[in-house]
Design a protein around this ligand. Structure first.
Ligand code: ATP
Ligand code: GLA
Ligand code: MG
Length: 508
């Protein structure tokens, strides 16, 4: 069992000196504000996803890595019955959270979009975890000052980094000095469900399980698991360059038409397949319905008589995902492929509109004109296939770096096309950054994370890096954001290296 580490130095950062200064400044601000030194720091990193988008909540494996940008909380226990949270970013004003004195858990008022709501997500899951072994535990009061370097709403999962740092802070103040990575992943995966986002488990798994120099294969079935591995050592060295479109996408505010709607569409899509083929499939999606992975497993075992796929073997995965891609071509009419109405969806499932509404449209608010079940399924099965193809080309690396980079780049480009055309999760600015990337030395470029704005990940090599960066600066940032300072541009274009996951830092 691997534990979330407690470290006594900051050598895990590539620039230790700069971070030492950062933590010292944070300590001083904390002391000024709260009149004591912080007792410890809880930190969790952002992540970049290399390939496999909007498929984690369908239980298909994804390939992200934790990166160095992170959220750090300076923390100290205090007297009283209030948790005080403040932020080095003044857009997040200080909040005071009353600890319920009857031992109950805090509640979240979703009518206001406060950052404290995200903090409460961490508090709620930490409290639940503590009560698993100590049902009578009463939460302690504390002060916490947060400092984040993950751009918020930028597709690099600031929300997971923030929620995990908050969870770790609450756990440690309340006496939990050790927690396994698997427990921390398990409890934080559902954090954002409390603010109404029906997310999958990729971000939290990546943030907790990140390892230096390794990307992660995150699988969700048969169990949630992060397997770190090294990508081939190419010559020249492979570089993933992240460029922020600077179009902020707030996931919770836009959830009814964007993120949560995708979750609902794929749940309906999975149940349509189950209904067509009379499949028995597990009801383990966020909505308590079948998943596109579940119906793949059921179709292959119940109709084709195959053994169940372990979710890792890429040869089996490629074959089965291709079968599902072929299947969705024949189960929908040409008209249905362009989207279906609520009535059509209910009819396909043999449900009344009222039962349909109860089952799919009540857990999270969604708004739509048509339900794009065919196109979303095509995206999910297609991107899951591309993850398997990525594993295959990494396993089969024969020393031909150019071939590897070209193949991986093509898969990333295909993923971007599908994100745009089938999942409608790109934006014109993101498309523009991808186009500029490809024209100027990227082997492939795609929107990373939830999309609808946010960041692009470009695959390139160290020899092409300078020219690529310059082209993005001149042709995107200087043109679209002429008032950006050099410093702001530096923050918008970063080289991402796989970094270590969440940890506690205690000064020696
Ligand atoms: P994606 O989910 O696409 O990867 P993201 O996680 O950066 O991108 P959101 O899921 O929309 O974007 O989460 C952004 C929200 O997370 C912010 O509005 C804020 O409430 C919270 N948050 C993130 N970082 C911080 C921080 N440093 N301080 C306070 N709140 C933060
Ligand atoms: C967000 C969610 C993740 C995942 C991605 C898209 O980051 O939090 O669970 O669904 O979007 O791949
Ligand atoms: Mg997020």
């Amino acid at each position: 069992m691997s534990l979330v580490p407690t470290v006594n130095d900051l050598s895990f950062y590539s620039d230790e000196k700069r971070h030492l200064a950062r933590y010292q400044t944070l300590s001083k601000s904390f002391a000024r504000r709260y009149g004591s030194e912080p007792q410890f720091f809880a930190r969790a990193p952002g992540r970049v996803n290399l390939i496999g988008e909007h498929i984690d909540y369908c239980h298909f494996p994804v390939l992200p890595m934790a990166i160095e940008v992170d959220v750090v909380a300076a923390v100290a226990e205090c007297a009283g019955t209030t948790i005080n949270i403040s932020n080095t970013d003044e857009t997040f004003a200080e909040e005071h959270i009353q600890i319920p004195q009857d031992g109950s858990t805090v509640s979240i008022d979703l009518s206001t979009a406060l950052w404290g709501n995200y903090f409460k997500c961490g508090l709620i899951v930490a409290h639940k975890f503590i009560r698993e072994s100590n049902p009578q535990h009463k939460l302690k009061a504390f002060n916490a000052l947060f400092d984040g370097t993950v751009p918020t709403g930028g597709g690099l999962s600031s929300s997971a980094a923030f929620c995990i740092a908050a969870t770790l802070a609450c756990l440690k103040v309340n006496g939990v000095n050790e927690i396994s990575k698997s427990d921390l992943t398990r409890i934080t995966v559902v954090c954002e469900h409390y603010v109404g986002l029906s997310n999958g488990g990729m971000d939290q798994s990546a943030s907790v399980n990140g390892e230096d120099s390794k990307v992660l294969l995150i699988s969700f079935k048969p169990k949630l698991e992060a397997t770190p591995f090294k990508l081939p050592a190419t010559q020249p060295e492979t570089v993933f360059l992240i460029s922020n479109s600077l179009i902020v996408a707030n996931k919770t505010e836009t959830a009814p038409t964007n993120y949560n709607l995708r979750v609902v569409e794929v749940a309906i899509a999975a149940d349509i397949i189950a209904k067509k083929f009379s499949l028995k499939a597990a009801h383990d999606s966020n909505l308590g319905t079948a998943t596109l992975r579940g119906v793949l497993d059921s179709y292959s075992t119940q109709i084709l008589g195959q053994t169940v796929w372990d979710g890792k073997n890429p040869e089996v995965g490629v074959e089965r995902l291709q079968t599902m891609l072929d299947l969705i071509e024949i189960i929908y009419t040409e008209e249905e492929k362009n989207g279906i109405s609520t009535k059509q969806a209910a009819d396909l499932l043999g449900l009344s509109i009222s039962d349909f509404t109860k089952k799919y449209l009540s857990k999270f608010e969604v708004r739509y004109n048509t339900l794009n079940v065919y196109r979303r399924s095509k995206h999910v099965y297609g991107d899951a296939l591309r993850v398997m193809q990525t594993l295959r080309i990494a396993n089969d690396f024969d020393g031909d770096s150019e071939k590897f980079l070209r193949n991986l780049g093509s898969l990333m480009d295909e993923s971007q096309v599908s994100t745009r055309e089938n999942n409608n999760a790109s934006t014109p600015d993101c498309d523009e950054l991808c186009r500029l990337g490809r024209q100027n030395g990227a082997y492939g470029s795609r929107v990373t994370g939830a999309g609808f704005g946010g960041c692009i990940v470009h695959l390139t090599d160290v020899d092409k890096l300078t020219a690529l960066r310059e082209a993005l600066v001149e042709q995107y940032y200087r043109k679209n954001f002429p008032n950006l300072s050099d410093n702001e541009i530096d923050e918008a274009i970063v080289i991402s290296k796989p970094a270590i996951g969440a940890c506690i830092y205690e000064q020696k």
